[in-house]
Ligand binder design. Structure first.
Ligand code: GLU
Length: 373
């Protein structure tokens, strides 16, 4: 099962973590990028289409700016990213040029993924590049991304790119071997888990705290990324990219790393986008009748089922739906602003029309724009 799945994956997003290609003390290691480029070129000769999500801009910028430490303030991080990103892409450019492969730089922010039009536009650009045989090298546009529009870590960015590009597999390369049954630094009897059919809370507990300093993510963000793409039908392989030749041999079916299987149920792209890419701007708390209507009878949300509205949002914004006991159970695009909903909540459609005149929509969230989580 594992072997077949890995052998058959045609379009692969490969995330390369900072610690594989750069260090704070020495900056970028172009020879590591060259080695990875050789391995990726080998995958291409097996007929695979590759997209790379690479970290390392900030870490290489630290060295270029002669900073002593990983910057804490956002403007310094952004300056480091700006000087580091050009060096990073230049290293990839040179590493792949030796192999007669062209690359393209793509810098994204959360905005590009959250806005449907920009999402589709980015998807189109990626497929044209892949059609030309070019390897897109993607990073977050750290230089301009303020906190509200940042994806924040490249494990998450890679999961969003896998969705964007409709990939068959997400590979997360870092300096860890994969998911262990226990912390291998403390427990020598811990073993690597080769196949994870489902990311259960027990599995999530194994992830523990971030392990390396150079990147922003640890095993926990990797599992979150794997969980996200699993919902969309894309499996994730977590692999140690520091071990030479592991990537091409594991993809040919040899043991190594941890593979997380995807759910069979594929949310369609639009619903996946609502559930996982968009961030909620507000909350609606519903009565039990409305919760049942939405979650078991596939109905749309009407104003009469809303008990309480929090947050400031406009028509068209994503909002989360909560059960009476405060559990988030659904998310959708709302047809009314928070101001309007404050007035309409709890009221029947006929009463709303009587009091406020005819409305463009009857549903507060139409079921086509609603995802049960
Ligand atoms: N975008 C950041 C960089 O290139 C890395 C973020 C991360 O490590 O997840 O430095």
């Amino acid at each position: 099962m594992r072997d077949e799945l890995l052998a058959e994956a045609k379009r692969i997003v490969i995330k390369i973590g900072s610690s594989l290609i750069a260090s704070r003390e020495e900056g970028l290691h172009p020879e590591h990028i060259e080695r990875l480029a050789n391995e990726i070129a080998a995958l291409r000769t097996q007929g695979r289409e590759i997209l790379i999500v690479s970290s390392g801009a900030i870490v290489s910028g630290i060295r270029k700016l002669r900073l002593k430490d990983y910057p804490k303030s956002l403007p310094v991080k952004q300056a480091a990213a700006a000087v580091g990103q050009s060096r990073l892409i230049w290293a990839y450019e040179k590493a792949f040029e030796r192999l007669s492969i062209q690359v393209a730089q793509i810098l994204l922010t959360h905005h590009d993924l959250a806005d449907r039009r920009r999402f589709l536009n980015a998807r189109h650009t990626l497929s044209v590049l892949i059609g030309f045989g070019i390897i897109p090298i993607i990073n977050e546009n750290d230089t301009v991304a303020v906190d509200e529009i940042r994806v924040g870590d490249n494990d998450t960015l890679a999961s969003e790119v896998a969705h964007l590009a409709d990939a068959d597999l997400l590979v997360i390369l870092s300096d860890v071997d994969g998911l262990y049954t226990d912390d291998p630094r403390k427990n020598p009897a811990a073993t690597l888990i080769p196949l994870v059919p489902d990311i259960t809370p027990d599995i999530e507990r194994l992830a523990g705290a971030p392990s390396t300093f150079e990147g922003t993510g640890g095993m926990a963000t990797k599992l979150r990324a794997a969980k996200k793409v699993a919902e969309y039908g894309i499996p994730t392989l977590i692999l140690n990219g520091a071990r030479a030749e592991l990537l091409p041999t594991v993809l040919r079916g040899k043991p190594g790393g941890s593979l997380f299987l995807a759910k069979e149920r594929r949310l369609n792209s639009r619903k996946h986008w609502i559930a996982f890419t968009l961030r909620s701007r507000g909350q609606v708390h519903l009565d039990q009748g409305a919760v049942d209507a939405l979650s078991t009878r596939g109905r749309s949300l009407l104003a009469s089922g809303i008990l309480q509205v929090t947050g400031l949002f406009e028509a068209g914004d994503p909002v989360s739906c909560f059960t009476p006991d405060g559990k988030e159970f659904a998310k959708g695009l709302v047809n009314f602003s928070s101001d309007s909903l404050h007035q309409m909540k709890g009221l029947k459609t006929a009463v709303i029309q009587e009091q406020f005149g005819p409305q463009e929509y009857e549903e507060v969230i139409h079921r086509d724009n609603l995802v049960i989580l």
